[in-house]
Design a protein. Structure first.
Length: 444
């Protein structure tokens, strides 16, 4: 009965296209790899050096690192850490007791400048490593043009630049996200659960990504992803001074919508004084768009897992950035896996509208104008919000078009997964793409 139920669940709402099971992989290359390496690696190196040794050392008025570092120092000194005045606009320490315990080694460095520099370098290295994992995940060799192109593009974006200048942890979180998606595709369930659990521990915005293993009945990953933050917080609670203040003081603040440095829809509505009914209408509309896109994309969870994992994760995260109480533009770095789908034969990123969205949420351009003061100010502040809204709409519309094409009998072209996946939970027959292997294979 259990096997029958599982079989019905795995064939429910599934694309009829065959799942491609590739032969042992040979990483793909392109015809202009040699020239691309010669051009793009020097450019990437100079961009990294400039971002790390010039912009980051110069710093900014916004300083995320000081808040975290001095909170961790208070933790080691046995002083309560949730003792800030939250009506000030300074960056606040918002990490849970469990995240405090996980980050506590950073507070062992007694020299502030050295600790900050090490943290910046670690994040820069994590960004490059995360892009390397994504390059391999999409089937390309690290010696191909794809890797240096991705690094060069990434270090031109506002997200990477401000992550390093503000000295926050988003680079490490990008690496965790890339590792999580890679492990899901290769059925490394325990590792995937640990990675997403640690990401949720640091930033709960990753919690919706547990939907990916949940919908495929991957209970090991789901349970591990839930248990990691729960257990670490339970261990940290008696250790972190004043941990109870996190519940009584910090969590209520986290539920508030602030009207500064907040590009989410609720933040923009608060800043511009949008009428209550209008804010709720747009919130419900975009929530419905995200839900519809997630549901339609489920059709490709078995027949095209690379496309499904990368696109659904991007849709969920963009929806969180757009609809949560706090959305900041540099969060958009976490949408890099979605951008990589442009390399696939079918992708929401094949739409020009998608790249207008990418410009909006990744561009560092400043739209303040001496000629058009109000318009320039509005365009600057609304840029990331519009970008997230556009990418959500583009993904959902693209998925619906693919579904409509399948219903009309248009053959669906499965993307080429880069490496043999050990996913074994789909009961339908599959065909190997290699010309020399015509055997029908059945997923175990």
């Amino acid at each position: 009965m259990t096997d029958l139920t599982s079989s019905r669940l795995t064939t429910l709402w599934t694309s009829p296209g065959p799942r491609v099971v590739p032969a042992p992989p040979t990483p793909r290359t392109t015809g202009f790899d040699r020239v691309a390496r010669m051009v793009l690696w020097p450019l990437s190196l100079m961009l990294i050096v400039h971002r790390v040794l010039v912009l980051s050392v110069n710093g900014s008025v916004t300083d995320d690192f000081s808040t975290v570092y001095y909170a961790l120092r208070r933790f080691h000194d046995g002083v309560p850490i949730y003792n800030e005045t939250y009506h000030h606009v300074d960056p606040h320490y918002l990490y849970s007791p469990g995240a405090t315990l996980a980050l506590s080694p950073l507070g062992l460095l007694t020299d502030f400048n050295s600790a900050r520099m090490w943290f910046i370098c670690l994040n820069a290295a994590a960004i490059v490593a995360g892009l390397g994992i994504l390059t391999r995940m999409f089937g390309y060799a690290l010696s191909s043009a794809v890797f240096p192109s991705a690094v060069c593009f990434a270090f031109l974006t506002e997200a990477v630049r401000n992550t390093l200048v503000f000295s926050n942890i988003n680079g490490i979180l990008l690496l965790a996200l890339a590792g999580y998606l890679h492990c899901l595709l290769h059925d490394r369930r325990w590792t995937a659960g640990i990675l997403i659990g640690l990401a949720i521990l640091i930033k709960p915005i990753f919690a919706p990504l547990l939907f990916l293993p949940f919908v495929k009945l991957n209970w090991r990953t789901v349970c591990t992803g839930v248990l990691v933050p729960v257990v670490v917080n339970a261990v940290a609670w008696p250790i972190v001074p004043g941990a109870g203040d996190y519940v009584t003081r910090t969590m209520p603040y986290l539920g508030e919508v602030r009207d500064y440095a907040n590009s989410s829809l609720p933040g923009i509505a608060t800043y511009y004084g949008m009428p209550w009914w209008q804010e709720k209408f747009w919130f419900a509309f975009f929530a419905a768009v995200v839900a519809a896109g997630v549901i339609v994309l489920l059709r490709w969870r078995y027949t095209d897992p690379l496309l499904w994992v990368s696109t659904t994760s991007g849709l969920l995260l963009a929806g969180v950035f757009l609809l949560s109480s706090l959305g900041q533009m540099y969060y958009s770095m976490l949408l890099f896996p979605l951008l990589f789908t442009v390399l696939l034969r079918r992708s929401a990123m094949h739409s020009p509208v998608a790249w207008i969205a990418v410009y909006c949420f990744l561009s560092a351009d400043v739209w303040f104008s001496d000629e058009w003061l109000d318009l320039g100010r509005a365009m600057h502040y609304l840029k990331p919000t519009v970008g997230w809204a556009l990418i959500v709409l583009t993904i959902t519309v693209s998925a619906m078009v693919w579904w409509w094409q399948e219903r009309k009998g248009v053959a669906a072209t499965a993307s080429e997964p880069p490496s043999p996946s050990r996913e074994t939970d789909h009961p339908t027959q599959t065909r190997n793409r290699k010309d020399d292997d015509d055997r029908l294979q059945t997923d175990r």
